[in-house]
Design a protein around this ligand. Structure first.
Ligand SMILES: [Zn+2]
Length: 132
């Protein structure tokens, strides 16, 4: 699928914070237990911090103990893109925003029911819109 938001690396660099840029565009990982949302229980919708696409709902967020926000399923399946990532000597599945290509985190097959999946997402890739 074609990415809907196309921006140059220069544009992203200008718009994003250095931390956002290194995680979302350079596929970095924030340090565990440091992110804004790993403990958050506020109800609402988690959107992409780069483009605002809806990604996850607070209802599917759970405490995984990993130190990163964890969800068992995306809110809108088409907004999340998954791709095999073989970097760092591991075979993992990378999760990206399908709208702008931002790196979000990884998905692992050790999550709770009903999906058995754990979407392990960097806080810096997310923006919580609290329920009103
Ligand atoms: Zn996005």
């Amino acid at each position: 699928m074609e990415k809907k938001v196309m921006k140059s690396e220069e544009d992203w660099k200008k718009e994003l914070t250095p931390e956002q840029y290194s995680v979302c565009r350079m596929k970095g990982t924030e340090r565990p237990f440091t992110g804004e949302y790993y403990k958050t229980k506020t109800e609402g919708v988690y959107t992409c911090s780069c483009c605002g696409a809806e990604l996850f709902l607070s209802d599917t967020k759970y405490e995984s103990g990993s130190g990163w926000p964890s969800f068992y399923q995306p809110s809108v399946a088409e907004n999340v893109k998954e791709e095999t990532d073989s970097t760092h000597g591991m075979r993992r599945t990378e999760v990206m925003c399908n709208n702008c290509g931002a790196h979000l985190g990884h998905v692992f097959p050790d999550g709770p029911r009903p999906t058995g999946l754990r979407y392990c997402i960097n806080s810096v890739s997310l923006k919580l819109k609290p329920k009103e």
